[in-house]
Design a protein around this ligand. Structure first.
Ligand code: 26Y
Length: 818
């Protein structure tokens, strides 16, 4: 007989080798005697997955037994990146696996490089969810993530002659060992049709008679916590044709067309929308949102019903977090289920619904708030539109009783926007329903109160909170910067900071120790060498390790001002060109690195990418310049590229015009890795300043509260001469493509420079000069670098999640015993 413990998979080197080989032979179906790096990756991943599944089963059995209040985190986007290294580190068996692989003649790092990224998201919002899932698992919270399993993730960026081209990311082509298809976990999702009235026991009820059904099938992705047995689940839905689908067509004998029609169902979860700017009322997108919401809620309600039969208990057992407004149809869906299917009266249903939801907004831009055209919604989801109208009617009545007949304000706050295209404002629906609305940084909350949601804030001040974003130190230091991670553990005398980030502050007491400084510098050098090698492989450009590696990586947006960076580089180039040769010795050599994707339809952003390439072409081939300045554009920026670039950078740039970045999370990853920040006082940077000290950063530019007055001044704001000069160089065709760049230069003219590049230019150059002056004093630089890491604890997603758990979701840890 096996004892209970014997059931666990073993982690000694021999067992791991055997497991890998068994998977190579029986799962991947290759010979255990001859297989390549990719097959080794597959065999290894399946073996890791087995261990994940063990923990994940135990965790869910434990959750079921304890029946705690659960958090369901709903998001249309999750940017998970790679899973292998993260999983083995969180499971605590990385070294054992590395050893086992070695015995088999493979190297862990090489094998891990075989994995592609899971890129089911656009940018900050999506990566934040991935970090938060890691923290939820690590902190033992009973949580589930729900999302969509897009067949095509975010497009791959190809650069051809300096122009961005988009290629589909068919990431599932080579299989995905990290997911488990749950053929038996599937739900019908309905669309279209009509709403009819039926009398039941003297009451009239509404009945939705849908016109189309699509099946949602679950794919589960275990998420292991660090230093715990808990592993939670990220459940992603894929669309499949439903058996209930159009049997009519088969019966009419049109067999081939009936099959083709069925196939169309799968298109719902086919592709991630690659634009993170403004919501366009597209039917397919709306279908994606509802498909996701309906399947997730059927699953959540089924689980609730396993142990409960009274919906009054729903808010005690369930917290539903909607990540931005994208999943906010869930509000109408819960109301529909409670009223139409469970036959609860409206006010009881509303009371329950408004106690389960919470909502986080990730933007400061009113134009990025989703609005769904009423015609579109009424056609696709007729009953939901009625429910939203009813919610709005009741809200408007309540509001009138509070504020009187202030029609301007009533119409601003209404969930229904009248106008050329009558639309539903999903943010208003979310605010009306949720008891808590969260911003993602302190400044963001202020902006929500003063601008975007001012009317609502005045009505319900208590609803509005903020939780400063954070990133997981497991992925962003332990996985991506193992040398720094070991160094930190050595100097703190413990690895506990990996779970308890407050301990990082302990580095402060060693900041002046020459040994730490030397080792810190060494780690940076090794990481820079790795990055330099990558740059050379990509572009053939050799860069000097003595140069300052200066990095800006993020989505390309006008408000993020990559253009300011490029204009600054042109200025630097121009200055060097005009210097006496003897003065050039004083120039601090720089390698400027820019990376990021532009939304496929975002013309100006694409021009910025092209500008970066033509400027790079000129500078990198100018023999006069040599190692003093290099500019490199890193193509196809994604999570795994970030893991390589961040540890190897000295300086990172966060240049958003103040008041435009809700939080920013890239800055936090750089900070943890001891890179100095050159930034505007925007989003979370303001809080980073408080933690690290403004004198340990290079800050510049207009402040959030100054920007409105600057906008008022408009054309009377005059840009400095240096700015006019560099813009003129671009305009006059110094870098070629004169006509092509005209519209880009036009955005910088007096009175049109909405993002204030001209206004901020002089102070930007000063901040850059301060960075140069500091870099030539290596001791000072290292000092600031250590203090950056030491001050980064507040920006761990562990902190954010603790806050959400306490103040928004009301959930408690539920730790599965080992
Ligand atoms: C609906 C569609 C148009 C859409 C799709 C994606 C709208 C927005 C987005 C993504 C937004 C996003 O990534 N926002 C970023 O969220 C981060 C995490 O909170 C913030 O750090 C960052 O400042 C914000 O721009």
């Amino acid at each position: 007989m096996f004892g209970f413990m014997d059931a666990f998979l073993k982690n000694d080197s021999f067992s791991l080798q055997k497991d890998i080989l068994d998977h190579v032979e029986y799962t991947v179906a290759r010979s255990r005697f001859i297989f390549d790096d990719f097959e080794a990756y597959q065999g290894l991943s399946y073996s890791v997955r087995d261990r994940l599944i063990e923990r994940w089963h135990d965790t869910h059995r434990y959750f079921k037994k304890k029946d705690p209040k659960r958090l369901y985190f709903l998001s249309l986007e999750f940017l998970m990146g790679r899973s292998l290294s993260n999983s083995v580190i969180n499971l605590g068996i990385r070294d054992q696996y590395a050893d086992a692989l070695n015995q088999l003649g493979f190297e862990f790092e090489v094998v891990a490089e075989q994995e592609g990224d899971a890129a089911l998201g656009n940018g900050g919002l999506a990566r934040l969810c991935a970090c938060q899932m890691d923290s939820l698992a690590t902190l033992d919270y009973p949580a589930w993530g729900y999302g969509l399993r897009y067949q095509y993730g975010l497009f791959r960026q190809i650069i051809l002659d300096g122009f961005q081209l988009e290629e589909p990311d068919y990431w599932l082509n080579f299989g995905n060992p990290w997911e488990i298809e749950r053929v038996h976990v599937s739900y019908p999702v309905k669309f279209y049709g009509t709403v009819e009235e039926e009398g039941i026991q003297g009451q009239t009820i509404k009945v939705w008679i849908p016109g189309e059904t699509v099946e949602a099938v679950a794919y589960d992705n275990p998420i292991p916590g660090y230093g715990t047995r808990n592993a939670i689940n990220l459940r992603l839905w894929a669309a499949k044709p439903s058996d209930q689908y159009d049997m009519e067509s088969y019966n009419t004998g049109d067999y081939i067309n009936a099959i083709m029609d069925r196939q169309k169902a799968e298109t719902i979860s086919n592709v991630l929308y690659p634009d993170d700017r403004s919501y366009q009322g597209k039917e397919l997108r709306l279908k994606q949102h509802y498909f996701f919401v309906s399947a997730s809620l059927q699953d959540i309600i089924r689980r609730f019903r396993d142990d409960h039969n009274n919906f009054d208990e729903f808010p005690e057992k369930v917290a539903l977090q909607i990540n931005d407004t994208h999943p906010s149809l869930a509000i109408a869906e819960v109301m529909r289920v409670l009223v139409d299917e469970e036959h609860l009266d409206w006010s009881r249903a509303w009371d329950i619904t408004s106690r389960v939801f919470s909502f986080t907004t990730h933007t400061v831009h009113a134009e990025a708030l989703e609005k769904i055209p009423v015609d579109l919604l009424g056609n696709l989801l007729p009953r939901h539109l009625q429910i939203i109208y009813e919610i709005n009617y009741k809200f408007m009545e309540e509001l009138k009783s509070m504020i009187g007949q202030d029609y301007d304000r009533l119409s601003r706050m209404s969930i229904v926007e009248e106008g050329a295209v009558k639309s539903i404002r999903m943010a208003n629906l979310s605010i009306v329903c949720c008891q808590i609305v969260n911003g993602v940084s302190k400044v963001h909350l202020d902006l929500l109160k003063e601008r975007v949601f001012k009317d609502f804030y005045e009505l319900w001040p208590q609803k509005f909170q903020y939780k400063t974003n954070g990133v997981t130190q497991r992925r962003w230091v332990v996985v991506s910067n193992p040398n720094l991670s070991s160094l930190i553990s050595k100097w703190l005398g413990t690895e506990s900071w990996i779970r308890n980030v407050d301990l990082l502050a302990g580095l402060r007491q060693h900041v002046s120790d020459p040994d730490l400084q030397r080792e810190w510098k060494m780690v940076k050098k090794v990481n820079k060498a790795r990055l330099a090698e990558y740059i050379e492989t990509l572009s053939g450009i050799k860069v000097s390790l003595d140069a300052m590696f200066d990095v800006q990586i993020k989505r390309i947006h006008e408000y993020k001002r990559q253009l300011l960076n490029i204009l600054g580089i042109i200025h630097r180039y121009d200055c060097i060109k005009n210097m006496e040769t003897s003065d050039r010795r004083k120039v601090v050599p720089r390698v400027c690195i820019i990376g990021g994707k532009a939304a496929p339809g975002y013309d100006i952003a694409k021009k910025i990418i092209k500008l970066c390439h033509v400027v790079a072409e000129k500078i990198n081939n100018d023999a006069d310049i040599g190692d003093l300045l290099k500019l490199v554009f890193i193509p196809d920026y994604n999570v795994s590229v970030a893991e390589l670039v961040i540890p190897g950078s000295d300086l990172s740039q966060h240049l958003s015009t103040a008041g435009h970045e809700a939080s920013g999370t890239g800055s936090m990853k750089f900070l943890m890795n001891g890179c100095l920040l050159l930034a505007t006082a925007d989003g979370a940077i303001v809080e980073i300043m408080e933690e690290v000290g403004a004198d340990n950063m290079f800050l510049f530019g207009a402040k959030v509260n100054e920007v409105p007055a600057l906008h008022e001044k408009g054309a009377s704001l005059k840009a400095p001469l240096q700015f006019l000069r560099v813009v003129r160089m671009v305009r006059d065709g110094y870098f070629g493509f004169k006509d092509y760049f005209k519209s880009l230069c036009d955005t910088l003219e007096d009175g049109k420079d909405f993002y204030l590049l001209g206004y901020d230019f002089a102070s930007y150059l000063e901040a850059q000069a301060a960075a140069d002056r500091t870099f030539v004093d290596p001791e000072k630089w290292i000092h600031m670098s250590i203090l950056s890491t030491a001050g980064s604890g507040k920006f761990s997603s562990d902190k954010t999640i603790e806050e959400y758990a306490k103040h928004t979701w009301g959930i408690e840890p539920c730790k599965c015993p080992f």
